[in-house]
Design a protein around this ligand. Structure first.
Ligand code: SF4
Length: 57
């Protein structure tokens, strides 16, 4: 069971986790599990540099 603090900070962790994975030149989408077909309908795709839904492949 998640604690209240874990729930409060989950969006921030997702945001900063995405920032950390962006790297020097690439986009998050290039390494994201949801970058295929209709799996992701975010407007940032395929050039997201910050994304709360990023999930590494
Ligand atoms: S979830 Fe975010 S990082 Fe992943 S493909 Fe969609 S826009 Fe790109």
């Amino acid at each position: 069971m998640k604690t209240l603090l874990q729930r409060l900070f989950a969006p921030l962790r997702a945001l900063f986790g995405g920032l950390a994975r962006t790297g020097s030149s690439g986009y998050l989408c290039d390494r994201c599990r949801w970058d295929y077909g209709d799996a992701c309908r975010r407007s940032e795709r395929p050039n997201a540099r910050i994304c709360p839904d990023f999930k590494a492949r």
